[in-house]
Design a protein around this ligand. Structure first.
Ligand code: ARG
Length: 436
C-alpha cells in the first residue's frame, strides 16, 4: 500500500474478475480518488473488447483502448530472427506484456495519473513483466490481488456483494490468454500434468489431418518476412493469415511443463500456428546461409534472447547486445522457403538464397573433385588426424587401467614390456614416440 495515495490510478483492465474487483478496491482500500481502465489490443478476439467495454460501463469506469497490434507484431517477427522459443514453445504472453505495460504507462502519463495497477497474483510471471516496465517511471505501482492476498473465491463473493458486473460462475473453465502470436490455456483439469486434454481446449487449430495438404512460400529479406506466396503483407496481416492457414492443419500445438521465473513448474497448453510456420521457415533459411560455426554460436545467443524475452526484459542492455549479433547474422538471411502444411506439421521442404553457403558440385556424389584445387584424396591426411587426441587419451586410460589391474592380480608386479609393446601393437593409430 502506498503512503500517500491520491489522484488517479491507471489499471491494466481486461474486464475479467481480477481486474474488475480491483476497481472498487483501489478506491476503498487504497484511497485513490479515481481509477481509469486501460485495455491494450495485442490481437485478442473482438469479444474480449466488447466484454471489457461492457464491464467498464457498468462499473462507471473511464475506459481507454489502445491499439498496439503493429508494435506487438513487429516484436513477434523480431523474435523469429532469434528463433525465439522458451522451453520449446514460441514466446507469446511474455512478449505481449512489455508492449501492454508501455501502452498503459503512456496513457497514465497523458492522463496525469499518480499510480499504475495490475490484477496479477503473486505466483505468475506477468507481475514481474509489467512492473519491470512501470518501475522506469516515478508512479506508484499497485498489485491489489497480490498485496491483499485475494483468492478467486473471495473475489467472486466480493463481486456478488457489491453487485459488480462479472459473469456468473467462474467466468469460464480455463484461464486463457490470447494475442496475435499465441493462445494459452491453463487451469482446471489441465493443472494435472497427467491429464490428456481433449480437442475442446483448442480454438485456433483443427485436429491434425482434417485438411488437405498444402504448401506455401515465404520470402525473407535480412531475416524479415516480406511476402507470403509472393504477396507483400504487413506483419499483423501475415500473422493473422498464417494462423488461419496453418491452424486448419493443426500446426502449432504445445503441451508442456513450463518453469516460471519464480521457480513454479506449471502445465501449459498453447496454440501458435503462425509462429511455428515462421520459426521453422526462418531456421531452414538460416541453415542454408549461415556457416556451421555461426549456427552453433547463434543457438546460444538465441537461447539467451528467449530467456530475456520470457522475463519481459526486451529492453535490457544484454537483450540489445544479443540483438546486435543477431542483426549481423540476418544480413544474409534473404531468400525463400517452401513450407508444407500437413498433419499438424509445418515442414520446410524447399529453400533458396543467393547467400547459400552451398556448392552443389562440391557436395555431389557424381563429381570426382571437390573444387578445382581440392581432390577427394586430400581428405586422407585429415582423416588420419581426425580423432587423434581422443584415441591417444583412451589408450593412455586403458594402459593405466591395465597397469592397476596388473598390480591387483600380480600382487603389485607390472611388466614394463607389456605396457610398451601394446602401444606398438594395434595402437588405434596413435603413434608412439619413435614414430613421430
Ligand atoms: N505461462 C505463460 C507465460 O508466463 C503464459 C501464461 C498465460 N496466462 C494464462 N492465463 N493462460 O508466459
Amino acid at each position: 500500500m502506498t503512503s500517500d495515495p491520491s489522484g488517479t490510478v491507471a489499471l491494466a483492465f481486461s474486464g475479467g474478475l481480477d481486474t474488475t474487483v480491483c476497481v472498487p478496491l483501489l478506491k476503498e482500500e487504497y484511497g485513490y480518488d479515481d481509477v481509469i481502465g486501460v485495455t491494450v489490443d495485442v490481437g485478442q478476439p473482438e469479444k474480449e473488447f466488447d466484454e471489457a467495454a461492457e464491464t467498464a460501463e457498468a462499473l462507471g469506469l473511464d475506459h481507454f483502448v489502445v491499439d498496439a497490434k503493429e508494435e506487438f507484431a513487429d516484436l513477434c517477427l523480431q523474435s523469429v530472427k532469434a528463433n525465439g522459443t522458451y522451453q520449446g514453445y514460441p514466446l507469446g504472453t511474455a512478449l505481449a506484456r512489455p508492449v501492454i505495460a508501455n501502452a498503459i504507462l503512456e496513457v497514465a502519463e497523458e492522463e496525469g495519473c499518480s499510480a499504475l495497477a495490475h490484477g496479477c497474483t503473486g505466483k505468475g510471471n506477468d507481475q514481474l513483466r509489467f512492473e519491470a516496465v512501470w518501475r522506469t517511471s516515478d508512479m506508484d505501482v499497485i498489485a491489489p490481488v497480490r498485496e491483499l492476498g485475494l483468492t478467486r473465491e473471495w473475489e467472486s463473493e466480493y463481486a456478488a456483494e457489491k453487485g459488480l458486473p462479472v459473469e456468473g460462475g467462474d467466468g469460464g473453465r480455463w484461464s486463457i490468454d490470447t494475442n496475435l502470436w499465441s493462445r494459452s490455456v491453463e487451469g482446471s483439469e489441465l493443472e494435472d500434468p497427467a491429464h490428456v486434454p481433449g480437442e475442446e481446449i483448442y480454438d485456433w487449430t483443427q485436429a491434425p489431418g482434417s485438411a488437405e495438404t498444402e504448401t506455401l512460400e515465404l520470402t525473407f529479406e535480412e531475416g524479415d518476412v516480406v511476402a507470403l506466396d509472393g504477396e507483400e503483407l504487413g506483419a499483423v496481416e501475415l500473422i493473422e493469415e498464417l494462423n488461419e492457414r496453418a491452424g486448419a492443419h493443426g500446426v502449432g500445438r504445445s503441451d508442456i511443463m513450463e518453469d516460471r521465473m519464480l521457480g513454479l513448474k506449471v502445465r501449459e497448453n498453447y496454440e501458435h500456428p503462425a509462429a511455428t510456420v515462421l520459426l521453422n521457415a526462418h531456421e531452414a533459411l538460416e541453415s542454408l546461409v549461415l556457416t556451421q560455426e555461426e549456427r552453433s554460436f547463434k543457438q546460444g545467443i538465441d537461447q539467451r534472447w528467449a530467456e530475456k524475452g520470457y522475463e519481459g526484459l526486451v529492453d535490457a542492455p544484454l537483450t540489445k547486445d544479443l540483438e546486435a549479433f543477431i542483426e549481423q547474422t540476418q544480413t544474409k538471411v534473404t531468400g525463400t522457403v517452401t513450407v508444407k502444411l500437413d498433419g499438424g506439421q509445418a515442414r520446410p521442404v524447399g529453400r533458396d538464397s543467393e547467400y547459400a553457403v552451398y556448392s552443389e558440385s562440391a557436395a555431389s556424389f557424381n563429381e570426382e573433385a571437390v573444387t578445382d584445387d581440392i581432390e577427394q584424396e586430400d581428405a586422407t591426411g585429415v582423416a588420419k588426424y581426425h580423432g587423434f587426441q581422443s584415441r591417444l587419451a583412451n589408450r593412455v586410460a586403458e594402459n593405466v587401467a591395465a597397469k592397476k589391474a596388473g598390480k591387483a592380480t600380480d600382487g603389485g608386479v607390472v611388466s614394463e614390456a607389456n605396457g610398451t609393446s601394446s602401444e606398438h601393437g594395434s595402437d588405434g593409430g596413435v603413434a608412439s614416440d619413435d614414430e613421430k
